[in-house]
Design a protein around this ligand. Sequence first.
Ligand SMILES: Nc1ncnc2c1ncn2[C@@H]1O[C@H](COP(=O)(O)OP(=O)(O)OP(=O)(O)O)[C@@H](O)[C@H]1O
Ligand SMILES: [Mg+2]
Length: 326
Amino acid sequence: MPAKPLFSIRDLDVEYHTRGGDVRAVESVSFDIRRGEILGLVGESACGKSTMGKALMRLHRKPARITNGQLLFDGRDLMTLTEDEMRFVRGGEIGMVFQDPMTSLNPVQKIIEHLTETIHAHEPNTTNEEAHRRAGELAEKLGIRSERLNEYPHQMSGGMRQRVMISLALALRAKLVIADEPTTSLDVIVEANFLDLLRELRHEFDLTILLITHNIGVVAEICDRVAVMYAAHLVEIGDVRKIFTNPKHPYTRGLLRSVPNIDLDDKDLYKMEGAPPSLLDPPSGCRFHPRCPDRMKICSRKNPVLQKVGSDSQVACWLYSKEGKA
Ligand SMILES: Nc1ncnc2c1ncn2[C@@H]1O[C@H](COP(=O)(O)OP(=O)(O)OP(=O)(O)O)[C@@H](O)[C@H]1O
Ligand SMILES: [Mg+2]
């Protein structure tokens, strides 16, 4: 029997209340994050990736609201926890790495203080020496030389700060790290090093990683599975190699064909027609139908739900359902 997923997200809805109306940035999203995997989350800008990443840790802030859903993390529904209990989950069990770590680090605190304070906040019985020892060991594993622990965040490069963020998550032995565009501000060499590091840490610390990114190349390189979002909906999820060689959803197909250097049958670089819809007033039925080259009558009338196709993939598209073909 397959191991129980680390995180099961069920029927998640997240809305922003704005003057112009409610923006549903995540709608009826259900998927699992498996233990030990690196799951990529991709989709065009503004489709709801970051909103979802934050909501998974209940880190979303007004005007965002989770209006429905269960967040079953390692046997508990995070939606039922108090804010105090959530504080221990954040950092302690789930760590987050953002695009710009400067915003999450305290500019007047040395790196060593970030690490030891984090350890003390979650594990108050740890002695000072023990916290320092653990911080030093972690930093070394992450390629941060011990003398640099006495520096302030602004003295470090973007790549170094990313390493600090990861070490903060690992200091508490987090089971899951949610990384939102962690490599966008890094140059390609630092990016490659950082990806190698994620891969190593995954094995060494038995870490599970949700990697939110625009970069399909990064997904191809390090992810085991990939989830594709379009206009607040999850439209396809499955094994990276299978999806990259045989994408099922027409949106996934278009997305992959728009990326140079991905080895699909079609060699010409493709430009997807149209633009993503406004989430204030999304299209009826399948949200992708106005741009879909394969649309059928049912597509504008009814929204397809995710269903199993093949052994280990799911897709939300009428092309793969009996009802769509009827
Ligand atoms: N504070 C906010 N108030 C109102 N609407 C918001 C707010 N933040 C995000 N949104 C809307 O929610 C939707 C999803 O945004 P989100 O930032 O989650 O997208 P994303 O997929 O992470 O995009 P990107 O790839 O550009 O980072 C967008 O339509 C956005 O306009
Ligand atoms: Mg984002």
